[in-house]
Design a protein around this ligand. Structure first.
Ligand SMILES: Cc1ncc(COP(=O)(O)O)c(C=O)c1O
Length: 441
């Protein structure tokens, strides 16, 4: 009995002790989890995450609700065809070479291998006067766009085509170049509306002067390619305003219209105002392989006369350590006669997909844009919120598209269909669209 009493008392004492210990441990744990670092407030301004993760989330939810649905994605612009053989073989050879003493190489030049810089300069810019040392090879255009922003800091003002590739706006927000989101767009960004009324080229007579202008041709998402006359107007606008033009030519090789330049440097005076970024992603199926380039002409100078080229060199040598040597071998192969043939065949294939989609939507009576000089079709659903159209197409057709409003306020009422996909999937998508929407007219 006594023993029992004693043991109960000591049990009570020990459980009090253990409660105290737990409280102390919890307090320490809580303290350890309390970071005294403020979040970069600009990240709080970003809306509902990046567009494509949100699409992926909704697709996943739809698949979970409909486990048997064979979803086709015409959403994110990701390539689907296997790498062409000559190009893939060059990378395989480079990879195998790394396992030999003679073939091994470590870090390379941050700006890219000389042979590849030469090949890019002569293949794409020979007629437009760009030298190899103005070409910087990278791991892709998206990364370059983010790094380009580092050169400008948080003070400059920014203009974008509306709609446009979301990375221009989101990286500007992260840098602190904008105010808050006002429900339509970000305060401080000049949204240059591009719609059917202005043939998807902004009315520059109404556009406000900004320090930086992001411009993408052929445009993602509208698929519109700017003509020589339009780009001349754009370059003159930038020159008149003392602005820097960041020109995204990621889809330039998809251009068929001979009146649409494949590089901004075909326009006289562009070398004094424009940076151009481009990529092997959509030319050779390198979306996962990762290889692109950015051109910074030596003639491009800041207000104080210092060359932008020197700062870009500093950014790339500080924040980047060179594209993979295996991948650069693939890039070099792309620019040999055999590789160019393979690349052009791949582009032709996706352009045929684009025509199949465009013809289908046109025949069904929709207003359809793009698709001739770009792998994107821009389909109008006037008066309907584009996330609702996205949800309806997913529900009725098990097809993922991209809601136009995700590319900017003027994208409302449109969805983008991407022509990247196997022929089988594109034809099946077309069949489903016709079944669901074919009775419109
Ligand atoms: C207009 C535009 N620029 C750049 C990129 C990104 O290219 P990369 O794969 O080289 O990062 C994309 C990708 O979809 C794009 O649409």
């Amino acid at each position: 009995m006594q023993l029992n009493v004693r043991s109960t008392a000591s049990g009570a004492r020990s459980s009090t002790r253990s409660r105290r210990m737990t409280a102390v441990v919890q307090a320490v744990a809580q303290r350890a989890g309390t970071i005294d670092v403020q979040r970069n407030e600009n990240f709080g301004k970003l809306r509902a995450g990046y567009l494509f993760p949100e699409i992926a989330r909704r697709r996943k939810a739809h698949q979970e609700k409909n486990p048997d649905a064979k979803i086709i994605s015409l959403g994110i612009g990701d390539t689907t065809e296997p790498l062409p053989k000559y190009i893939a073989d060059a990378m395989a050879k480079a990879a195998a070479g790394l396992a030999t003493r003679e073939g091994y190489s470590g870090y390379g030049a941050e700006q890219g291998q000389g042979a590849l810089r030469e090949a890019v300069a002569s293949t794409f810019y020979g007629h437009a006067g760009r030298a190899a040392d103005e070409i910087f090879i990278s791991d892709g255009s998206k990364c370059d766009i983010a790094r380009i922003q580092m050169m400008f800091g948080s003070k400059p003002t920014v203009a974008v085509q509306d709609p446009s590739y979301p990375v221009y706006v989101d990286t500007s927000v992260m840098m602190g170049m904008t105010g808050d989101h006002n429900g339509t767009g970000f305060d401080g960004i000049e949204y240059m509306v591009c719609n059917p009324d202005n043939h998807f080229f902004p009315d520059l007579s109404k556009a406000k002067r900004t320090d930086i202008i992001f411009f993408c041709s052929p445009n993602n998402p509208t698929g519109a390619a700017a003509t020589r006359a339009q780009l001349t107007e754009l370059v003159n606008f930038a020159r008149k305003n003392g602005s820097i033009l960041v020109y995204d030519a990621a889809y330039a090789l998809y251009i068929s219209n001979p009146d649409c330049p494949k590089t901004i440097y075909e326009i006289p005076g562009a070398d004094e105002v424009a940076i151009e970024t481009c990529s092997f992603s959509k030319y050779a199926g390198f979306t996962g392989v990762r290889l692109g380039w950015t051109v910074v002409p030596k003639a491009l100078k800041y207000a104080n006369g210092e060359p932008v080229h020197a700062d870009w060199n500093r950014v790339m040598t500080t924040c980047f350590n060179g594209a993979s040597n295996i991948v650069q071998a693939g890039g070099l192969a792309c620019l040999q006669p055999e590789g160019l043939k393979e690349m052009n065949a791949m582009i032709k294939f996706y352009k045929e997909n684009a025509q199949i989609l465009k013809t289908t939507f046109t025949e069904m009576g929709f207003s359809v844009y793009g698709g001739d000089d770009a792998p994107y079709i821009w389909v109008g659903f006037p008066g309907k919120p584009s996330w609702d159209v996205f949800a309806e197409i997913l529900e009725r057709c098990n097809i993922v598209t991209t809601p136009g409003s995700g590319f900017g306020p003027a994208g409302e009422g449109f969805v983008r269909a991407s022509a990247f996909g196997s022929r089988e999937n594109i034809l099946e998508a077309v069949r489903r669209f016709k079944e669901a929407y074919g009775k419109r007219n």
